[in-house]
Design a protein around this ligand. Structure first.
Ligand code: MN3
Length: 201
């Protein structure tokens, strides 16, 4: 049985950047549905019960065919959102110097990183996520992924992800996805993001 990641902050604490109504429906409805559907799928295969979500998503070819799509979509949704809640914070916080230096080494400047991330998040067609990811092959890189796909399905590690499904922003921003993306930068927990990078690199 997988369990929900608890929010470390109040539903309304990310206001005005991410509104309380969106946080409630996103966490209590969308996230819980992914979690419940994943658990219902895994229940059919007790032999998978001891695997972590990362192990399940790392090699989908090893997942029994009858629940492979459930693990990919619902398991991906569960994992992506669990990360997403943890990488948000209402607290103003500094970008750790070592992580910032790694970004600058790869993208030239911090600004260039932000521009590329925003551009890919704005232009991703339909539902999905844009990820800053790390792999030994490609180092830090930004990748668009549709649906609930995740870098670990491509042998990379997720470092920072933005949910650009309409459910993540439509109540407040309607069709103005670019405004939501701009607002996202105000509520990032950089220590958590930097920790993911340190663990991956
Ligand atoms: Mn979502």
């Amino acid at each position: 049985m997988f369990t929900a990641t608890q929010l470390a902050y109040a539903f309304d604490s990310l206001e005005p950047h991410i509104d309380s109504a969106t946080m409630h429906v996103h966490y209590e409805k969308h996230y819980m549905t992914y979690l419940n559907n994943l658990n219902a799928g895994i229940e059919k295969h007790p032999e998978l019960a001891d695997l972590t979500i990362v192990q399940l998503l790392s090699d989908l070819t090893k997942i029994p065919e009858d629940i492979r799509t459930v693990v990919k979509n619902q398991g991906g949704g569960f994992y992506n959102h669990s990360l997403f809640w943890e990488q948000l914070t209402p607290e103003t916080n500094e970008i750790p110097a070592e992580f910032k230096a790694a970004i600058e080494a790869k993208f030239g400047t911090w600004e260039a990183f932000v521009v590329e991330f925003n551009d890919k998040a704005t232009k991703l067609f339909g539902s999905g996520w844009v990820w800053l990811a790390y792999s030994s092959e490609n180092g830090l890189h930004i990748v668009q992924m549709t649906m609930q796909d995740n870098p670990i399905m491509q042998n990379a590690k997720p470092i920072l992800g933005i949910d650009v499904w309409e459910h993540a922003y439509y109540l407040k921003y309607q069709n103005r996805r670019a405004e939501y993306i701009q607002a996202f930068w105000n509520v990032i927990n950089w220590q958590r993001v930097a920790d993911l990078y340190t663990q991956a690199a």
